[in-house]
Write a new protein. Structure first.
Length: 306
């Protein structure tokens, strides 16, 4: 079983409009609603790949009830903890003429100390039987900035490999707790290390405590600093489409490879192929299974010697 943690779950709303114009009224041509937050996105992809997946974190209020109702229709097992405050919403407004997306993200409910204690107890119990755990996304109000570091330590004590995918100070503190894997994008990596040189930044991030650092290079693929060496993985060609959820699909690919004890080239191939197949999908945040299978055999993975 793979466990995903989403402390700041959301109901993701996507509005498609012919053209987005400031200070104007708009006729929405399509509305898409689904459970969101990085960890839930990862869980959905893992379940589609055939992995037994459990999702925990927080959900509350009327929005949280809708989220859990929709989650129940998926293969992902719901182990979310109830909060008194309502789950947040995110709104993506897609300008269909240009393809640009404007994102509006609510902050999330304030989690109380008592709710955090309930979650911590549930998380510890769920580690028993987990083959891997992913800690994903932002922290809601009320959660201390060292929360991910605390959860990393709990997973390590239980002997469960842990992946951390967050940013800012939670990433800085979390990486010092020595997770097995972190997956920052270019901006998160630069904020952490102070350099935008991908190779230097990836090496430096690994030196801060993570066993492995897999850095996202956007359309150019991934750069990985692992105990077995440095690897570069790239799609066969640049893909065009909606990048929403591509990073979460890459995390799912890395976890899938970890759960199957696959060698690093295979793990990176899965991550890159899933990310590209998500960009190509007609539904934002989903992956195209046919494209994934085709791309999986075409991803280029090379050792980096510099």
């Amino acid at each position: 079983m793979i466990l995903t943690v989403t402390l700041n779950t959301a109901m993701d709303l996507t509005y498609r409009v012919p053209a987005l114009t400031p200070h104007a009224s708009h006729r929405v041509t399509q509305v898409i609603e689904r459970p969101g937050g990085k960890g839930l996105n990862v869980a959905r992809v893992l379940a589609a790949l055939g992995h037994e997946t459990v999702a925990t974190g927080f959900a509350g209020g009327a929005t949280g009830a809708v989220l859990r109702e929709q989650l129940a229709a998926t293969p992902v097992r719901d182990e979310l903890v109830e909060t008194a405050g309502p789950t947040r919403r995110t709104v993506a407004i897609v300008d269909t003429a240009s393809g640009d997306t404007t994102q509006l993200n609510e902050p999330g409910p304030t989690v109380t100390a008592a709710e955090w204690t309930v979650f911590r107890t549930r998380f510890t119990a769920l580690l028993d039987g987990a083959t891997a755990v992913a800690l994903c996304g932002s922290l809601p109000p009320g959660i201390h900035v060292g929360a991910y570091a605390e959860l990393v330590r709990l997973a390590r004590t239980a002997g469960v490999p842990v992946l951390l995918d967050t940013s800012g100070e939670p990433l800085r503190r979390g990486i010092a707790a020595r997770p097995d894997l972190v997956k920052p994008n270019a901006d998160e990596l630069a904020q952490l290390t102070g350099t935008r040189d991908p190779l230097r930044a990836t090496r430096e991030a690994r030196g801060r405590g993570a066993r492995t650092v897999v850095s996202s290079l956007g359309p150019d693929g991934l750069l990985a600093a692992t105990p077995e060496g440095l690897w570069r993985a790239a799609p066969p060609a640049a893909v065009k489409g909606n990048p929403t959820g591509a990073g979460d699909s890459a995390v799912a690919g890395l976890l899938s490879g970890l759960a199957d004890d696959a060698p690093w080239p295979d793990r990176l191939s899965r991550a890159v192929a899933l990310s590209a197949a998500t960009v190509l999908s007609p539904v934002a945040g989903e992956f195209d299974p046919t494209a994934y299978e085709e791309l999986l055999a075409q991803v280029r993975v090379t050792a980096v010697t510099a």
